[in-house]
Design a protein around this ligand. Structure first.
Ligand code: T3D
Length: 250
């Protein structure tokens, strides 16, 4: 069985983490397979939106602790530099929207890989756990960057130190995720979001992603300049010309 399933339909790439018996915990093979799938999403122009989800009852339980305690240990130096950091960089630099569809528990690196996506939605029964402190590690996979920016320093600090499980309902209320959906409508709700994203001008969404990311380090002056530059680029696309013409019924 492949550790990552990849399918494309109606301009949407669906990436499914597929080690359900291990709650989709990441081993080296799965980390590389996810990177390969993300590369395909970048290279294939027919893909307009990407969704990452998990098979079975979990999104991902983070690092496979069996791998790091077994004889196949890839080495601590490699786990971040070769597994998780490239995944975070590929998701955040992909010039297409990436949706994390958190179908179940997301723990450790599994939680933080979800949080670096552009839109994070969850099934009502899903949960998020900064599980690192429980085993004597620090939060990784961009968690110390994204979580305080999403929910504020104090809540991020407490969740990371205490390792408390956060329900999807609480995650939405604190701004960690965009929305949760009842389990019975989760799949169809994710499909609707992806279909909407895929129908929108991909280039404009890519510029939006870039502008948001720049706002993390820019001051207002530089951000206004960046908006100006990106808007000019957006306004020079055929998509803009066609859509504004259609709106004006010209
Ligand atoms: O070098 C480095 O490691 C640096 C990188 C770090 C990145 C990280 O992600 S560190 C954090 C690693 N993840 C965890 O610590 C989470 C461990 N898992 C859990 O705390 C719990 O499993 C969950 C809260 C996620 C779910 O709990 P529950 O009760 O629903 O399920 P369970 O019974 O604990 O697990 C079900 C099975 O999945 C079980 O296997 P079994 O007994 O049925 O054969 C369990 O061992 C396995 N499993 C769950 N998480 C992992 C795992 N196997 C390997 N690695 C896991 N992370």
């Amino acid at each position: 069985m492949s550790t990552v399933l990849f399918e494309v339909s109606a301009n949407i790439a669906r990436i499914t983490l597929n080690r359900p018996e291990k709650l989709n915990a990441f081993n080296r093979e799965m980390a590389f397979a996810l990177q390969e799938a993300l590369d395909k999403c970048g290279n294939e122009t027919s893909i307009h939106a990407v969704v990452i989800t998990g098979s079975g009852r979990a999104f991902s339980a983070g690092q496979d602790l069996g791998e790091v305690t077994g004889s196949e240990h890839p080495g601590f130096g490699k786990i971040l530099s070769e597994h998780y950091n490239p995944i975070v960089k590929k998701i955040t630099s992909l010039q297409k929207p990436v949706v994390a569809a958190v179908n179940g528990v997301a723990a450790g690196a599994g939680a933080n890989l979800a949080l670096c996506c552009d839109i994070v939605v969850a099934a009502k029964s899903a949960s998020f756990i900064q599980a690192f402190s429980r085993i004597g590690l620090i939060p990784d996979s961009g968690g110390t960057f994204f979580l305080p920016r999403l929910i504020g320093w104090q809540k991020a600090s407490a969740l990371m130190m205490l390792g408390e499980k956060v329900s999807a309902v609480d995650a939405m209320q604190m701004g960690m995720i965009f929305k949760y959906f009842d389990d019975d409508v989760f799949e169809t709700s994710v499909e609707a979001i992806c279909a909407q994203l895929a129908s929108l001008p991909t280039q404009a969404l890519a510029y939006t992603k870039k502008a948001l990311q720049s706002s993390v380090h820019n001051n207002l002056h530089d951000q206004l300049i960046e908006e100006d530059e990106l808007q000019q680029q957006a306004a020079s696309t055929a998509e803009y010309a066609a859509r504004v013409k259609a709106f004006m019924k010209m």
